[in-house]
Design a protein around this ligand. Structure first.
Ligand SMILES: Nc1ncnc2c1ncn2[C@@H]1O[C@H](COP(=O)(O)OP(=O)(O)OP(=O)(O)O)[C@@H](O)[C@H]1O
Ligand SMILES: [Mg+2]
Length: 355
């Protein structure tokens, strides 16, 4: 018999000082976060930052070593079953059986969640239509494209209509059209009152979907706030260009010294220069073209872009976010390029404190 926990009117998710080790890898080093009910939290970070580990702790797949984690007031260590009643999970740990059709997968899950046969069938049909899988419903899931499998996985996580949903990198590997389709589905869920914790490596995705963003790196929260607040810390838009003659990089950087909101950053490996320009992109482009022209320096691909996750990292930590060479299984590689330009980037952002 299950005893219903008392009604909870606090935040949907509370994580307080959570640690997790895997052998000598200290994956979570004291994570704190709060997600208010009916809102979307974007957990942003590079490979190996600890995003999936946070999700696994919150969905009771992994016990924390220390600290406290509550979902709808239910403690993941003391009442894991009560937590499982209120969470849905889609993402890197899929629950789909390849040999079964999309419809069979969803119907079986419905029965597992104690829906009657007719109700399970109706729910499966509803989800297949909502996720645009109607035509493929009766084909084995193994014949689905990556994007279709992702949608089926998300549909599976919704069979039980959980009030709190975890999406682990829902759009990684999707083409731009499927990505936008997935965003639409996610927005619809949130409009229906679902609380959502979403992990992503893309700032634009967090920007689109999240009410609040928490940036993690090496198992620690390094920044939290709205997308706008984070971008302000980065310094707005970025002018970027490649210098054709790598030997003239330093010269180009000094020619561009006055056009942005700070010293230009130089990446010697790629020959790229980037300058934070706030909201004055077109003015900066004109200024840059003039300055480089006057110095007789040729460039490629000069343009202004929105800040990326890399820019956020550069501004927050003074180092770039780098992917792990082994796809996330081994220990995270330390950042090798800590040249003077990295320090300059950190100083330029006006964010000297390193947590
Ligand atoms: N089962 C495990 N055994 C050993 N180490 C692990 C295990 N799971 C995760 N790790 C390590 O813990 C750290 C955090 O991993 P995690 O999967 O949480 O990162 P992530 O932010 O989800 O990365 P990605 O963007 O690649 O999915 C990494 O160093 C990873 O190698
Ligand atoms: Mg992950």
């Amino acid at each position: 018999m299950t005893i219903s926990p008392p009604a909870w009117d606090g935040p949907a998710i509370v994580v307080d000082g959570v640690h997790k080790r895997f052998g000598d890898v200290h994956a979570l080093r004291g994570i704190d976060l709060v997600v208010e009910r009916g809102t979307v939290l974007g957990l942003l970070g590079p490979n190996g930052a600890g995003k999936t580990t946070v999700v696994k702790v919150l969905t009771t797949l992994l016990p924390p070593d220390a600290g406290r984690a509550l979902v709808e007031g239910r403690d993941v260590v003391r009442s894991p079953e009560a937590v499982r009643e209120v969470v849905g999970l889609a993402g890197q740990s899929a629950a789909i059986q390849d040999e079964l059709t999309g419809r069979e997968n969803l119907e079986i899950l419905g029965r597992l969640y104690h829906l009657g046969r007719r109700q399970a069938r109706r729910r499966a049909q509803e989800l297949l239509e909502r996720f645009d899988l109607g035509d493929a419903a009766d084909r084995p899931a193994k014949t689905y494209s990556g994007g279709m499998q992702r949608r089926l996985d998300l549909a599976a996580s919704l069979v039980a209509e959980p009030p709190v949903l975890f999406l682990d990198e829902p759009t990684t590997g999707l083409d731009p059209r499927s990505r936008i389709g997935m965003w639409a589905v996610i927005r619809e869920l949130v409009a229906g009152g679902t609380t959502l914790l979403l992990t992503t490596q893309y700032l634009d995705e967090a920007d689109e979907l999240a009410d609040e963003i928490v940036v993690v790196d090496h198992g620690l929260v390094i920044a939290a706030g709205t997308a706008e607040a984070l971008k302000t810390r980065v310094g707005g838009d970025v002018l970027e260009l490649t210098v054709k003659d790598a030997g003239r990089l330093a010269e180009a950087a000094s020619a561009l010294a006055g056009i942005g909101d700070g010293a230009p950053g130089v990446d010697e490996d790629t020959g790229r220069i980037h300058v934070p320009v706030g909201g004055r992109g077109s003015q900066a482009v004109v200024g840059a073209v003039r300055a480089l022209d006057a110095a007789g320096i040729e460039t490629d691909g000069l343009g202004v872009r929105r800040p990326s996750l890399d820019d956020v990292f550069l501004a927050l930590t003074g180092h770039a976010a780098e992917a792990e060479p082994d796809g996330g299984r081994g220990r995270r590689r330390r950042h090798r390029r800590e040249g003077p330009e990295r320090g300059a980037a950190a100083a330029r952002s006006g964010d000297g404190e390193t947590p």
